[in-house]
Write a protein of this length. Structure first.
Length: 97
């Protein structure tokens, strides 16, 4: 997948596993700009950008943006359930920050 590194100002080719490794333990944030809006099962939360980062070894947090506004909600994930929710292949643009 093509990934833009906003710190180093370069385009990279990375796999899903490499993105996970650069978050944990690399300490970088992965921003997924989605091709379409997503909503939670209850319709409470809608977002178009997911921001993924590591809290500690094997623990991740996802925060959200909708139409340019950072939302206050977040979800926590462990390394085992990360792959059920972290889907960079569904993004139109991936950025490292």
């Amino acid at each position: 997948m093509k990934v833009y590194d906003s710190v180093k100002k370069e385009e990279l080719e990375m796999s899903e596993d490499e993105l996970v490794r650069i978050m944990d333990p690399g300490g970088r944030q992965v921003d997924l700009y989605l091709t379409e809006e997503k909503s939670d099962a209850d319709g409470y939360l809608t977002w178009d950008v997911e921001h993924w980062s590591s809290l500690s070894k094997g623990r991740f947090i996802r925060t959200y943006t909708y139409k340019g506004k950072v939302l206050s909600e977040s979800t926590g994930h462990n390394i085992y359930d990360l792959y059920n929710e972290f889907k960079p292949q569904e993004a139109k643009k991936i950025e490292l920050s």
